[in-house]
Write a protein that binds this ligand. Structure first.
Ligand SMILES: C[S@@+](CC[C@H](N)C(=O)[O-])C[C@H]1O[C@@H](n2cnc3c(N)ncnc32)[C@H](O)[C@@H]1O
Length: 276
C-alpha cells in the first residue's frame, strides 16, 4: 500500500514566529485580540483544559470560508496549523483505506481501537463515508478523560453510529489489556505520544503489537519538530511536549514486533502506519 503524500504548505505566514519572540503575555494578548479562531482554541486549552476539542477549530478552518478575519487567515496559515490539518487528513485517509474497502480475508468482527480518541472525530467522519451495512465493525474509543468520552458518545449518537462504537473510559494501557492477544485489526493513536516518556511509549508499542492480529495495522502520529514550539508553549500555553524525530520513533519501534513501519512527514508531525 503506497501511503506517501506530498503535502505542500501554502502561503505560510511568518507571524507565528514573530509573535513567539514577544515576552509573555504580550504575544498571547495580540493573538487573542486579533482572531476569533485563536480565542476559541485558547479557551478550550486553558479554561476547559481539553486538548481534544482545542484542535477542532484548526481542523475546521477553511481558507475559502467566510467569517474569518485577515488575522484568522494569518494564524491559520502558520506552519503549525497547516501541519495539524495535514496530519488529520493523512490519518483520515489511512482509516478510509483500511476500513472503507471490503477486505477479502476478513471474518468475524472487525475490532478497531482508538487510543486517546477524544471526540473520535476522525473515525466518525470515516465511518460516515462507509457503507456499514453487513460490516461487522466495532470501533472502541478509549480515553482517560470522561468528558471526552461523553463528547464522543454525543457525536456518535448524532451521526447514528452507536451500533458500531464502544466507549471505554480508561488509560490506553489498561484498555489494551482487555482485548487479549491477536484480536484487533487496527489500532490508532494520535495525541498521546507527545505527553509520555520513551520507556512508556516503547512498552505501549509492544502492547499494541500484541493485541493486533497478524497483518493488523497500527496508525499514529507524534510531534517531531520543535520549529514552532515557542509559539505553542509561550503564546498558546499548550502543555509541555516531547518532540521525536522519525529516527527516534523508529528506535522505539525496533523491538515492538512490527514487520514494517512506513513514516509520513506532515510538517511538524511524523505520522506512521505499521503492520504486524
Ligand atoms: C490531543 S487529544 C487528541 C484527540 C484525538 N485523538 C485527535 O487526534 O483529535 C489527546 C486525547 O488523549 C487522551 N489521553 C491522553 N493520555 C491518555 C492515556 N494514557 N490513555 C487514554 N487517553 C489518553 C486525552 O484525554 C485527550 O482526549
Amino acid at each position: 500500500m503506497d501511503t506517501t503524500t506530498n503535502y505542500e504548505f501554502i502561503n505560510t505566514s511568518p507571524w507565528v514566529n514573530r509573535i513567539a519572540k514577544l515576552p509573555f503575555p504580550l504575544g498571547t494578548l495580540i493573538f487573542l485580540l486579533t482572531s476569533k479562531v485563536a480565542r476559541e482554541v485558547f479557551k478550550r486549552i486553558v479554561v476547559d483544559r481539553s486538548t481534544d476539542t482545542a484542535l477542532h477549530p484548526i481542523y475546521d478552518y477553511d481558507v475559502n470560508g467566510s467569517g474569518y478575519s485577515v488575522w484568522d487567515h494569518r494564524w491559520q496559515s502558520s506552519r503549525a496549523a497547516q501541519s495539524l490539518r495535514f496530519r488529520f487528513n493523512w490519518i483520515n485517509d489511512r482509516l478510509y483505506d483500511l476500513l472503507g474497502q471490503p477486505t477479502p480475508n476478513r471474518h468475524g468482527r472487525i475490532q478497531v481501537v482508538s487510543l486517546g480518541s477524544g471526540t473520535g472525530r476522525a473515525f466518525v467522519e470515516t465511518l460516515k463515508k462507509i457503507d456499514l451495512k453487513d460490516m461487522p465493525i466495532m470501533v472502541n474509543f478509549v480515553d482517560i478523560d470522561e468528558r471526552a468520552i461523553t463528547r464522543a458518545y454525543k457525536l456518535a449518537h448524532k451521526s447514528e453510529l452507536l451500533k458500531h462504537i464502544n466507549f471505554i473510559n480508561a488509560t490506553s494501557t489498561d484498555a489494551l489489556d482487555r482485548f487479549g492477544d491477536g484480536n484487533v485489526y487496527l489500532v490508532e493513536m494520535v495525541g498521546i505520544a507527545e505527553y509520555v516518556d520513551d520507556k512508556w511509549l516503547k512498552n505501549e508499542f509492544r502492547k499494541i503489537s500484541s493485541v493486533l492480529q497478524t497483518g493488523g495495522y497500527f496508525i499514529g502520529a507524534a510531534i517531531s519538530s520543535d520549529q514552532q514550539s515557542d509559539f505553542s508553549h509561550r503564546v498558546l500555553r499548550w502543555p509541555t511536549m516531547t518532540y521525536r524525530s522519525e529516527a527516534k520513533l523508529s528506535k522505539l519501534f525496533d523491538s515492538a514486533g512490527f514487520r514494517s513501519v512506513n513514516y509520513q512527514e506532515c510538517g511538524v508531525f511524523t505520522a506512521w502506519i505499521a503492520q504486524k
